[in-house]
Design a protein around this ligand. Sequence first.
Ligand code: G3H
Ligand code: ZN
Length: 284
Amino acid sequence: AFASFKEVLLDGYRNGYAVGQFNMNNLEFTQAIIEAANEEKSPVILGVSEGAMKYMGLEYTVAMARVAMETSKVPVILHLDHGPSLEVVMKCIRAGFSSIMIDASHYELEKNIALSKQVVELCHPLGIEVEGELGRIGGTEDDLTVDERDATLAVPAEAVRLVQESGIDALAPAIGSAHGPYKGKPELAFGRLEEIKNLLPNTPLVLHGGSGIPDEDIRKAISLGVSKINVNTENQQALTRVIREILGKDENVFDPRKYMKPGREAIKEVVKEKMRLFGSSGRA
Ligand code: G3H
Ligand code: ZN
């Protein structure tokens, strides 16, 4: 069976490491991530966004994740990433997902709490745990002024309300990280993170937009309660870099296996490095 989201995150939280969520985009991602986890003896979270689910097909997604789990010796979790609605959440549960993220962060606080709570009430009786989000984790935050950026960050008092009133098991607070490639050096709001950790001492925290954050910032975030880190872009970049290089060198290549196999290896190397950096290697 898939592993317990809460148990895996709490073990990291208590022992000072983070578990990686690596996003599934296709078969090669799935294989690369699971091979890395097995070689590193690391627990692992397969994250699936709504977009990736549409791309792969819900049934294929769950089937691939199941084979990955059944053939591996480490704890594997199949997690909905940025779940947008109750409808998508229910579809994923029915299809066999083992944990859920409800992302109601774009709503005002009351609605975020209410929707997150609805998802918790649906999931907990089924033994499925829930991640919620507060604040705005952007994609292109580079043009924002300091005040504007500040307004996107999670507010600690609101974090307490969201967790306590909705009953979510893990919280992704916006602390200045962003999805996709960073233009400059990311500036994480460690003060905010620390405040939230101190106010919510038993809640594992999640860092989104984990690609491109310097190693020392990752270590610092983990020391301040982050026990799940999401990575997608760096894996996509690694795969695409290899494919571009191979196709650029030889225009006679037509067999996809000739570039997908080395591409898959490149993803695997990134995932293994992240597992060592996050401290999850050797924990399974
Ligand atoms: O939810 C997914 C992650 O937050 C991935 O972010 O693509 O910037 O690594 P990333
Ligand atoms: Zn994310």
